[in-house]
Design a protein around this ligand. Structure first.
Ligand code: HEC
Ligand code: HEC
Length: 232
């Protein structure tokens, strides 16, 4: 058993480039090249070209665990990140080195305005992600809930437009408006329910059901009271 372990360790040492060298290129060759092709040129029907995707898209798709994808025809999904911080940074740097592309954004949600954020979110995002960012369904895709996304990921998603989500340019949503949207999305993770019953923040359907339920109980109670009065 010990001999086996020693052999395994020795074999690892001789994997070309396993230590130092170009870690990013090596990880790319192991986990991404089958779909995105040599030097990120893309492979028809498997994966798009990554030239020009830049650090922004690479950081978003890797940090969320969207990549590596299991099958080229499924929607990327938030999942456990298989890379260490160092490996992740190396892969992002490798993708960014393929061709000039956008850098990782640095949003400042603290400078944002909550009311403006809610307004912008309602206008641009709620149609798919639902007003309190709990997620929803759009044709051929799931718009995920936003409770797991941090400020940088939100900014990256808005500017990159992953999968069927549209990409929003700085003309459509300015950096200041984006700060407000991020502030709202972070706030919506823990909205302060001012008393009352939040009903899972699902909006009118459960609210309507509860109204019916309360209404029916009240009607029955009224009937009982009236009934007793008329026939003592
Ligand atoms: C047309 C529908 C649509 C609109 C409009 C839209 N999104 Fe999305 N969004 C999606 C879909 C679909 C995904 C999943 C992408 C994927 O799986 O690759 C997504 C993913 C995201 C994610 C990543 C969430 C995660 O944890 O996986 C964030 C953050 C996000 N959207 C924020 C926004 C914001 C903010 C807006 C408004 C400025 C917006 N989206 C507008 C459909 C939409
Ligand atoms: C099974 C095939 C497959 C594998 C493996 C895979 N990808 Fe992808 N990748 C795709 C597909 C398909 C898309 C397009 C999905 C979308 O539009 O959201 C994509 C999208 C991306 C994007 C976004 C491109 C853009 O222009 O916005 C990046 C960045 C990316 N992949 C990086 C990687 C990296 C890095 C790896 C290796 C760790 C990897 N992918 C592994 C299939 C794959």
């Amino acid at each position: 058993m010990r001999a086996l372990l020693v052999c395994a360790a020795a074999a690892l040492l001789f994997v070309p480039g396993a230590h130092g060298g170009d870690l990013g290129a090596q990880l790319y060759g192991a986990g991404c090249i089958t779909c995105h092709g040599p030097e990120g040129r893309g492979i028809a029907d498997r994966g798009p070209s990554l030239r020009g995707a830049g650090a922004r898209a690479a950081d978003f798709y890797l940090r969320t665990g969207y990549m590596p994808l299991a099958s080229p025809h499924t929607q990327p999904d938030r999942s456990r990140v298989l890379f260490s911080q160092r490996e992740l940074a190396a892969l992002v740097a490798y993708v960014a080195s393929l061709a000039p592309g956008p850098r990782i954004p640095t949003p400042h949600p603290a400078r944002g305005n909550l009311a403006e954020g809610q307004e912008q979110f309602t206008e641009h995002c709620a149609g798919c992600h639902q007003i309190v960012a709990e997620g929803g369904y759009v044709t051929n895709a799931v718009a995920p809930p936003l409770k797991h996304a941090g400020p940088v990921e939100i900014a990256e998603a808005v500017r990159t437009g992953p999968y069927l989500m549209p990409r929003f340019s700085a003309q459509q949503i300015t950096d200041a408006q984006l700060d407000s949207i991020i502030r709202y999305v972070i706030y919506a993770k823990h909205p302060d329910d001012r008393g009352g019953w939040a009903l899972g923040h699902l909006g009118p359907v459960p609210e309507g059901l509860v109204t019916w339920f309360v209404g029916i109980v009240l009607l029955v109670a009224t009937c009982l009271v009236i009934g007793r009065r008329l026939h003592p």
